[in-house]
Design a protein around this ligand. Structure first.
Ligand code: LLP
Length: 437
């Protein structure tokens, strides 16, 4: 039965306000068909809530945008590594980009029941021998090498195990990503990748190693990139290198274009389909005429807008004229505002008041940096009211900590009218288990 109710999409297709009856003001925030207030009552706060539909839609939008070329989407596990999220993404046919043995173990755990091996690329500047060994034994698709020393260790490890490793060198193209300095990686001043002239030497060395196969060229210039021209510049350099390497007889099959596509934290100005189409054009233009298999490593653009953090207002407080909403989530639950000064939209879950105020939204942790918003215009809310912090699906829970002996928040995955806990709230016992006194 179709219910008559007014709706207002906040982050389509997953998050929006719905009113109870036709003509009524849309007042209650939902994730898909599930009311968020009900989830907070049932599971407590702070609570991460994700939309399965939105994650599926985004994976498929990527696949659609790149359909003109053979490609594999390798979801970047670091953005959100909760097992149920990995399983959901794998269910849509995606592979994975990992940066540690731990992330690889998570992928292997969810892939155990899969009929085929997970398609995994392994990036990162500090892979240990033990991590390489795990990756070699599990038969990953590609190692992205970031230094001469790493190349030697991989060669030695592969030779010892008699396991062949497919390698790409992650180049540092010296291209600005025009993003926050902490998440920019493509300039020579950054620790990532290898400058192109040095990369050519590494390819020559790699080709001589008995258990290494030169297979690709990789690049990743940063995260939260909104100017797609930066991707195009980086891939133009990659394409030139691929042509030069092929001329020297290297069999370059893969180009790994990394991740980095940004999302709109202020609310979508354009549809994701349009945004991803522009991204695909920028990535594909420089690759025209090169026969290859493209690897993509998106993280944020897949899961970012698919998650919200629910938090209750504990207290209202005024210091002189300065207003504060003290909420029960803190920087240990969501670090992005404290670490990068990142903006996240905050909305009341029940829209009752049309009045607004200018206020800070802060957590209970003993740090001035423990804030979610400063001098923000928000609808007037009361103590006990529920707020939703938007676009926290990526780099939210994964950057969590136990600072101030706070347990990690629980996580819920919504799928249509169903909601299930995919990670229970961390208890005090969980936190103290490893300690002795
Ligand atoms: N591939 C590599 C090699 C990466 O280093 C990253 C992210 C990705 C792919 C995925 O990038 P994405 O599509 O998510 O932009 N904590 C920061 C973001 C750090 C990104 C690190 N590397 C934040 O909260 O903004």
């Amino acid at each position: 039965m179709k219910r008559a109710r007014e709706s207002q999409a906040l982050r389509p297709p997953a998050f929006g306000y719905h009113g109870a009856a036709s003509g009524a003001r849309a007042t209650e925030l939902y994730c898909e068909a599930v009311a968020l207030e009900g989830l907070a009552t049932r599971h407590g706060t702070p609570l991460y809530v994700y939309s399965a539909a939105m994650i599926r839609t985004r994976v498929n939008a990527f696949v659609h945008a790149f359909q003109s070329i053979p490609h594999t989407l390798c979801y970047s596990v670091k953005a959100n590594s909760t097992l149920a999220i990995l399983r959901l993404v794998a269910g849509e046919g995606a592979g994975f980009d990992v940066v540690s043995g731990g992330e690889l173990q998570r992928v292997l755990r969810v892939s155990r029941k899969a009929t085929s091996k997970p398609k995994v690329v392994y990036s990162g500047v500090g892979k240990t021998a033990a991590e390489m060994e795990l990756a070699l034994r599990s038969g990953i698709l590609l190692f992205n090498i970031e230094s001469a020393s790493e190349l030697s260790l991989l060669s030695a490890t592969a030779t010892r195990l008699k396991k062949r490793a497919a390698v790409a060198v992650r180049i540092n193209p010296d291209v600005s990503a025009k993003t926050h300095p902490y998440i920019s990686t493509g300039l020579h001043q950054h620790k990532f990748g290898v400058p192109i002239p040095e990369a050519r030497t590494l390819y020559a060395q790699a080709a001589k190693q008995p258990y290494l196969t030169v297979a690709g060229v990789s690049v990743h210039i940063g995260s939260q990139i909104t100017d797609v021209g930066s991707f195009q510049s980086a891939l133009e350099r990659v394409a030139d290198l691929v042509r030069a390497l092929r001329e020297q007889g290297h069999d370059i099959h893969y180009i790994d274009a990394g991740g980095g596509l940004g999302i709109s934290y202020e609310g979508a100005q354009e549809s994701f389909e349009k945004q991803i189409a522009a991204y695909a054009r920028a990535v594909l233009a420089p690759l025209r005429g090169l026969k290859l298999h493209l690897l993509l490593e998106p993280g944020r653009s897949i899961v970012g807008p698919a998650g919200v953090l629910l938090t209750r207002v504990l207290y209202r407080k005024t210091n002189n004229r300065k207003r504060f909403l003290i909420v029960d989530a803190a920087m240990n639950d969501l670090l992005r505002p404290s670490l990068y000064g990142a903006y996240h939209e905050i909305v009341p879950v029940s829209r009752e008041s049309r009045q607004t105020e200018i206020t800070d939204v802060v957590g209970p942790i003993c740090e001035t940096g423990d804030f979610f918003a400063r001098d923000r215009k928000l609808p007037l809310v009361s103590e006990g009211d529920l707020l939703a912090i938007l676009d926290v699906g990526a780099y939210g829970t994964v950057l969590g900590s136990n600072y101030n002996t706070r347990g990690r928040a629980a996580e819920v995955l919504v799928d249509g009218a169903k909601a299930r806990v995919i990670r229970r709230r961390e208890s005090l016992q969980d936190q103290m288990r490893m300690e002795k006194f």
